[in-house]
Write a new protein. Structure first.
Ligand code: TYM
Length: 334
C-alpha cells in the first residue's frame, strides 16, 4: 500500500539530536522506501505562536530546509515546502477550528507546558496550534505521520477532528484519519543536563543538547560533560528506573545501534560511563558531524534553497488548494 507521509518541523533554529532521532531520521527512511509519497513542511506559521525575530525567521526557514536535505531528504523524491506559502493551511485551520471543541484543546499538555504558570499571557495561536497541525495533515489525505512522542496527543486530536468533520457532514472517509509513526526505542530524547526535561531548542543551556550543526569538538565536549550518576552501569531495564540521565544516554546509544534496550544493556555490561560516553561520541561524530557540514555548505547557496521551497510550494498548493475547495463545498460555503 502506498503510504502518504506528512510531517512538519518548526524553523526555530538549533535543530538538535531529539528532532533527528525522534523525527527527521525516520523521514529519510520513509522516503527511501520508494512506495511512499512524502511531504515535509517547514512550519513557519507554527513557529510564530511565540515571538520570532523577523530578521531571523527567513534564515531559519532556509536552515530547516537545508537540514532536511542534509539528513537525506531528496527534493526530487519528496516535497519540501514552507507552510505560509500555501494559504490553504490557514483557511482549513479556521474551518477545522469551528469543528474542534474547547474541551479537546483544554486537554493538550504541550500547551500547559509551554504556556507555563501565566497562561493568560500565552498567545491564542499557541492555544489553537494543534488545529493548524491537523489542517496540515488532513489537507494532504495523509495516512501516516512520523513524529516524536511529544506530538502524539496532537495526532489524537487530529484524528478526532477528522472523524467529527466526517460525521457532522455525513461524508464517511472524506478526511482521512491518519496513523502516527513513532519510533519505539525511546519515548523522547532528554536534556544532557537534566534527564527529566526533554532536549529542546528553547533550553537556555546549549550544553543540554547536541545541535545538528555542532562540530566534532563540541559534540565530544557535550557528551563528556553529560550528567550521569554515582552508581554502576545498569544490567537490566529494571535497574534503569529512576535514573533518567543514564536511561537517556543508553536510549541514544541504542537508537543509533538499532538495538533494543535489553540488547544494548547486554553489550554495555561491565563498561564504565566514560566507555559509554566514548562510544556515543564516536557514533555521533560519525553521523552528525557530516550533517552539520552539509547544512553549512547548503546555506551558502540561498537561491538553491529558495528554489527548492518554491518548487515544493507549487506542488503542495496544487494538492492543498483542491482539498480546501472540497471542504468549502461540503460545508456549504461555495
Ligand atoms: P517540533 O518542531 O517541536 O519538532 C519537530 C519534530 O521533532 C520531534 N522532537 C523530538 N523527538 C524526540 N525527542 C525530543 N526531545 C524531541 N524534540 C522534538 C517532534 O516530536 C517533532 O516530530 N507541532 C510540531 C510540528 C508540526 C507537525 C505538523 C508535525 C506542525 N504540523 C504536522 C507533524 C505533522 C512541532 O512543533 O514539532
Amino acid at each position: 500500500m502506498t503510504k502518504k507521509i506528512f510531517s512538519g518541523v518548526q524553523p526555530t533554529g538549533n535543530l538538535h539530536l531529539g528532532n533527528y532521532l525522534g523525527a527527521i531520521k525516520n523521514f529519510t527512511k520513509l522516503q527511501n522506501d520508494n512506495k511512499n509519497n512524502c511531504i515535509f513542511c517547514v512550519v513557519d506559521l507554527h513557529s510564530i505562536t511565540v515571538y520570532q525575530d523577523p530578521k531571523l525567521l527567513k534564515k531559519n526557514v532556509r536552515e530547516t530546509a537545508a537540514t532536511f536535505i542534509a539528513c537525506g531528504i531528496d527534493p526530487s523524491k519528496s516535497i519540501i515546502f514552507n507552510q505560509s506559502s500555501v494559504p490553504a493551511h490557514s483557511e482549513a485551520a479556521w474551518i477545522l477550528g469551528c469543528i474542534s471543541r474547547m474541551g479537546w484543546l483544554n486537554r493538550m499538555t504541550q500547551f500547559k507546558e509551554k504556556a507555563g504558570k501565566d497562561k493568560e499571557k500565552a498567545s491564542i495561536g499557541l492555544y489553537v496550534y494543534p488545529i493548524l497541525m491537523a489542517a496540515d495533515i488532513l489537507l494532504y489525505d495523509t495516512t501516516h505521520v512520523p513524529v516524536g512522542n511529544d506530538q502524539k496527543q496532537h495526532l489524537e486530536l487530529c484524528r478526532d477532528i477528522a472523524q467529527k468533520f466526517n460525521n457532522d457532514f455525513d461524508k464517511k472517509d472524506f478526511l482521512k484519519v491518519p496513523e502516527p509513526l513513532i519510533q519505539e526505542n525511546f519515548s523522547r530524547i532528554m536534556s544532557l543536563k537534566n534527564g527529566l526535561n526533554k532536549m529542546s531548542k528553547s533550553d537556555p543551556s546549549d550544553a543540554s543538547r547536541i545541535n545538528l550543526t555542532d562540530t566534532r569538538d563540541q559534540i565530544i565536549n557535550k557528551i563528556k560533560k553529560a550528567k550521569t550518576d554515582n552508581s554502576f552501569m545498569p544490567e537490566s531495564i529494571i535497574e534503569l528506573k529512576n535514573r533518567p540521565e543514564i536511561n537517556n544516554l543508553i536510549e541514544i546509544y541504542s537508537s543509533f545501534t538499532d538495538e533494543d534496550l535489553e540488547k544494548s544493556l547486554k553489550n554495555l555490561s561491565g563498561k564504565s560511563f566514560s566507555d559509554l560516553k566514548n562510544l556515543i561520541s564516536e557514533i555521533l561524530v560519525e553521523e552528525i558531524e557530516p550533517i552539520g557540514k552539509k547544512i553549512n555548505e547548503l546555506l551558502k547557496d540561498k537561491d538553491y534553497l529558495d528554489n527548492i521551497l518554491l518548487e515544493g510550494s507549487v506542488k503542495a498548493n496544487n494538492i492543498a488548494d483542491k482539498k480546501v475547495q472540497e471542504i468549502k463545498k461540503i460545508i456549504g460555503l461555495t
